[in-house]
Design a protein around this ligand. Structure first.
Ligand code: ACO
Length: 318
């Protein structure tokens, strides 16, 4: 028994913040942002939107595409770094908004690798035969944890959500999943604040050593993509589509180069979305499915890296 993605969906908030808009907020330039990151714009959630709101639209689209309703869903996993609240989990809040009763629902916290972690977890439950149709969601509102006076970080991120329905199948589907973490690198990318005694202790905003993150990301992504391909006795040139975490076009180009893949085989959305953390892979996937790039039987490699540090990959046959 296997698990297969049977439907994809995504949602981007209406408001668009361009690099030119950012020039009016911090000491930066469109040219600096574009040449260092490839980003030209990002979407920003409305004041009253929370991560489960974005996830709701993405899930509704994914369920429609898969031809399933809430009654068919028996597992919900949400990857998010920006949950609606401390508890209940965003997955439980989303379950209620979807009108789904009594299925397991939980959050996964692996920052920008969150969707890869959530998909790998759902694969274990679905391919084992335990559940039939899982909703796997990445949803983020990073605009709420950015210091809008810090040009080092505020230009990089955006808001959005992506979702898939992962269904039991007698043909693959997901071929293999590869998860890694190293807590010893937690200091180079974090939002270290916490709530204690009714107050925020420490900074609640993202802090990042950009160069160290860049170097770490390039190194571990190269390792994990080769691990995924080798475990399946495939060549990297067999890959039809690379769907990378959308952090920075230079990191994406570097991974594609190490795999020997031309950029025309890479799904890129970072230019329009910025880094949407756990939402970035399912957002990019949904775009490439809906515009017809991804076709049946093609080989897809998803990879992500994020705070923790965490990193991983999922290789699948569409
Ligand atoms: N506009 C203008 N100047 C800026 C900006 C900005 N928005 N941000 C930083 N700078 C300045 C810095 O102050 C510094 O100035 P200084 O030299 O006078 O001190 C200078 O630019 C740094 O320049 P570079 O070292 O050339 O910048 P670099 O090429 O390393 O690019 C960047 C920086 C884009 C952050 C890069 O290191 C990077 O992409 N790192 C990965 C970060 C990332 O992707 N984080 C996302 C989260 S992690 C993840 O998703 C994997």
């Amino acid at each position: 028994m296997y698990s297969r993605i049977t439907g994809t969906g995504s949602y981007l908030p209406e408001k668009i913040l361009t690099n030119l808009d950012l020039e009016r907020i911090v000491d930066t330039s469109d040219e600096w942002i574009r040449t260092r990151t490839g980003i030209t714009q990002r979407h920003i959630a409305a004041e009253d939107q929370v991560a489960s709101d974005l996830a709701l639209y993405a899930c509704q689209n994914a369920m429609l595409a898969a031809g399933v309703t809430g009654k068919d869903i028996d597992l919900i996993i949400v990857a998010t770094t920006t949950p609606d609240m401390i508890f209940p989990s965003t997955a439980c809040i989303l379950q209620n908004k979807l009108g789904i009763e009594n299925c397991p629902a939980f959050d996964v916290q692996a920052v920008c690798s969150g969707f890869v972690y959530a998909l790998a977890t759902a694969d274990m439950f679905v391919s084992s035969g335990k559940y039939r149709n899982a909703l796997v969601v990445g949803t983020e509102i990073y605009s709420k944890i950015l210091d809008w006076s810090d040009r080092n970080t505020c230009v990089l991120f955006g808001d959005g959500a992506g979702a898939v329905v992962l269904s039991r199948s007698d043909r693959p589907g997901i071929l293999s999943t590869h998860l890694h973490a190293s807590g010893s690198y937690s200091n180079i990318l974090s939002a270290p604040g916490c709530i204690s005694g009714g107050k925020v202790q420490g900074t609640p905003y993202i802090s990042m050593e950009g160069n160290a993150v860049f170097k770490f990301a390039v190194k571990v992504l190269e390792e994990v993509v080769h691990e995924a391909v080798a475990e399946n006795n495939l060549q990297s040139t067999d890959i039809d589509w690379l769907i990378p975490h959308q952090a920075n076009i230079r990191i994406i180009q570097s991974t594609a180069k190490k795999l020997g893949l031309p950029m025309k085989k890479v799904v890129v959305a970072v230019d329009k979305h910025g880094n949407t953390s756990a939402a970035s892979i399912p957002l990019a996937l949904d775009i490439a499915v809906r515009d017809g790039r991804i076709q049946p039987d093609q080989l897809i490699l998803m990879e992500g890296v994020g705070g923790g540090f965490t990193w991983g990959a999922v290789l699948l046959r569409w």
